[in-house]
Design a protein around this ligand. Structure first.
Ligand code: CAA
Length: 240
């Protein structure tokens, strides 16, 4: 069995592409999902990748879920914090629960998943932790005060943790995708979508596989000198 990689939100969208790309590289992959059992079962049938269900916003569930994955597959050496949600609204209409849900999942979820794997990675003197942030955590976005705050928070979290992990052989990095062709785009009204694509210099949305390849590189032994960095993959829309 190859090194164990855990991908949160790993059955759909960017997470699915990351799960498949890591599997193709020889990793033993565990993919988590939050909701749809049927879709997760279909994913396992299609890919042979094991799935586990828990809510990344729940610390106890993360700790228990990670313990189960490690019991089934072995120690987690690569963690990809991909799970994320949007609850877009202009700030004057944003409800406290829209703020909380996004912060709890997209920012606290990253703490909840990383904290339980950290001691094992420190002991084994190896780890790869990769955050999937967003262009909107770098540049801000109308109607995303919640999402932009969480995704920017993920970048700060990474920079702090990279310093703590460095001597223990743990690298911590961010991939910041731009607008990628996934289900998440379906929440954006069509006329807004046209102006988004118009603002992307390469003239198209990104593909999930293009993000997955960046993750595979950061997970590799070859990327051992890269830590605390943010790899931007957005078709030239924002050059951080
Ligand atoms: N910049 C400036 N003004 C904007 C704007 C923008 N980007 N988008 C909308 N507006 C304006 C509209 O023109 C409109 O103005 P008027 O009232 O003067 O006509 C106003 O804001 C919209 O107000 P509404 O009260 O109608 O807004 P709403 O409550 O219906 O909300 C919305 C609509 C949520 C803003 C919707 O337009 C939307 O979803 N926009 C897309 C937001 C977005 O890009 N999200 C990114 C999702 S992808 C993602 O998150 C993945 C990733 O990491 C990249």
């Amino acid at each position: 069995m190859g090194k164990v990689a855990l991908v949160t939100g790993g059955t759909r969208g960017i997470g699915k592409a990351v799960s498949l790309a890591l599997k193709a590289e020889g990793y033993t992959v565990a993919a988590t999902y939050a909701g749809n059992d049927e879709k997760a079962a279909a994913f396992t049938d299609e890919t042979g990748i094991a799935t586990y269900k828990w809510d990344v916003s729940d610390y106890e569930a993360c700790a228990a879920g990670i313990a189960k994955v490690e019991e089934d597959l072995g120690p987690i050496e690569v963690l990809v914090n991909n799970a994320g949600i949007t609850r877009d609204a202009p700030f004057h209409k944003m409800k406290p629960e829209q703020w909380r849900e996004v912060i709890d999942t997209n920012l606290s979820g990253v703490f909840n998943m990383t904290h339980p794997v950290w001691p094992g990675m420190r002991e084994r003197k190896f780890g790869r932790i990769i955050m999937i942030s967003s262009i909107n955590g770098q540049k801000g976005q109308f109607a995303q005060a919640n999402y932009a705050a969480a995704k920017a928070g993920d970048i700060g979290f990474t920079k702090a943790l990279a310093q703590e992990g460095a001597r223990a052989g743990i690298t911590v990095n961010v991939v910041a995708p731009g607008y990628i062709n996934t289900d998440m785009m379906a929440t954006i009204p069509e006329k807004v979508m046209d102006s988004i694509v118009g603002a992307i210099p390469v003239g198209r949305l990104g593909e999930a596989e293009e993000i997955a390849r960046a993750v595979v590189f950061l997970a590799s032994e070859d990327a051992g000198f890269i830590t605390g960095s943010t790899l931007t993959a957005n078709g030239g829309q924002y050059m951080a």
